[in-house]
Design a protein around this ligand. Structure first.
Ligand SMILES: [Zn+2]
Length: 415
């Protein structure tokens, strides 16, 4: 955190006394009381299908979440997520302090209508199963029940808590990303509740996520009879092949940028010199400047053609941006690790190759907000029939979020 924030925090010492005086045991007791209610909430949420774009199911979840937020004292707004349907919910709780903290996660899943009926929520030993149980309905439940715990503790030293539940993350958040960018700009900290992977006794938060871009290579040649007049044709498939070989090293190992060509199409009939050919590629990166570099390099490279009179075009479309390595996120991760140590538990700070909405909350041109990802439940096999969360991750994860909010209320001041 910025030194100025710390100074402000000290200036408001009167307000933060409660947080310091509260024994951590009290927090642990309060979140312990939330374990069963959280599992009940999770069961209710998981048993409502809410695949991205399944508006009837999304609306049911939305109604339920609105009621829960209002019961916690939040004022709730809905914003239509245009691309796939459903609404983004924004709930705001006013406190007596200064810090602005946002808690964010999606409530859509990757599972189609009928999945919840086929394999509803169930618990076997330490594992809870069901569609979206970890990704990310577990995260929704952690947010709601951390707020319950704060209410039990009588804690309201934050300035404003903003809860954001969006309905379209699994398809890229096209209908909620602008809102996320706009709301996050007003925050000191943004906590994102995607699930984390469990490994033995330790689990993790995410400090870096890769961005994704989509590469397109298109070649236009000229068709001609392959038997009668092959020389009059301009073979787009041959030109594409030449270009793909030239464009195979657009990645940068030092920067961990990758660009892999994954789809190729071309030609139509065996006796026709193909007029058109195209390829698509998947680019992953941490460093935002890699977009320009790859685009410029590729456009230089394609100038070198194998076959005259073919048109070659390279395009790069922007997908989800990265959450790059940054000091604000590192500071939040350290804070989280310290809190986990209070429980005698290890917390890793990891990088992941996939993108999440944390990237939309991050503002490269500003030191705020600090963004931390993966505060949801610990589990695994996400997006599969065996998706699960660990029941014994519920209490540590509730403790982590509740204490994070208390600590952030302590040390940060809003504008
Ligand atoms: Zn997710």
């Amino acid at each position: 955190m910025k030194p100025s924030m710390l100074a402000m925090g000290l200036a408001y010492g009167m307000l933060t006394t409660v947080a310091h005086a509260a024994p951590h045991q009290e927090v642990h007791d309060a979140v312990g009381q939330q374990q069963q209610p959280l599992l009940q909430t999770l069961e209710t949420l998981v048993n409502i299908d809410s695949g991205t774009g399944f508006v009837a199911g999304l609306n049911k979840v939305e109604t339920l979440l609105t009621e829960r937020l209002e019961a916690l004292g939040a004022e709730v707004e809905t914003h239509p997520a245009e691309a796939y349907g459903g609404n983004t919910l924004v709930g705001r709780l006013q406190g007596n302090g200064n810090s602005h903290i946002m808690l964010m996660i999606h409530y859509d899943t990757v599972f189609g209508e009928g999945t919840a009926e086929e394999r509803p929520f169930h618990i076997e030993e330490n594992r809870a199963y069901g569609p979206g149980v970890g990704d990310a309905k577990g995260g929704v439940a952690v947010i709601l029940h951390s707020l319950e715990a704060l209410e039990t503790l009588g804690f309201d030293d934050y300035g404003q808590l903003t809860v954001v539940f969006n309905p379209d993350e699994e398809k890229g958040s096209l209908g909620s990303r602008d809102l996320i960018q706009q709301l996050s700009a007003e925050q000191d900290a943004v906590l994102v509740f995607e699930p984390t992977f469990s490994e033995g006794d330790s689990d993790a938060v995410t400090v870096v996520t890769k961005g994704i871009n989509y590469a397109f290579l298109e070649v236009n040649g000229r068709s001609s009879h392959a038997g009668g007049a092959p020389d009059e044709g301009r073979n787009a498939v041959m030109e594409l092949s030449h270009q793909l070989l030239q464009l195979k090293d657009l990645g940068d190992p030092d920067k961990e940028t990758t660009l892999n060509w994954t789809i190729v199409e071309g030609g139509s009939k065996r006796n026709i010199i193909p007029e058109q050919a195209r390829a698509e590629g998947d680019m992953r990166y941490f460093d935002s400047s890699e977009y320009e570099r790859v685009l410029n390099e590729a456009r230089d490279i394609i100038e070198n053609q194998l076959i005259d009179d073919t048109d070659v075009e390279f395009r790069l479309e922007k997908g989800r941006p990265p959450l790059p390595s940054n000091p604000q996120t590192e500071a939040l991760a350290e804070q989280a690790q310290q809190i986990y140590r209070e429980l005698d538990r290890e917390l890793q700070a990891v990088e992941i190759g996939g993108g999440t909405d944390a990237a939309y909350a991050y503002h490269a041109d500003s030191s705020t907000p600090a963004v931390l990802e993966s505060l949801g439940l610990a589990g695994g096999r996400y997006h599969s029939d065996e998706e699960f969360v660990l029941v014994d991750s519920v209490v540590p994860r509730l403790y982590l979020t509740t204490r994070m909010i208390m600590e952030l209320s302590d040390t940060e001041a809003g504008d």
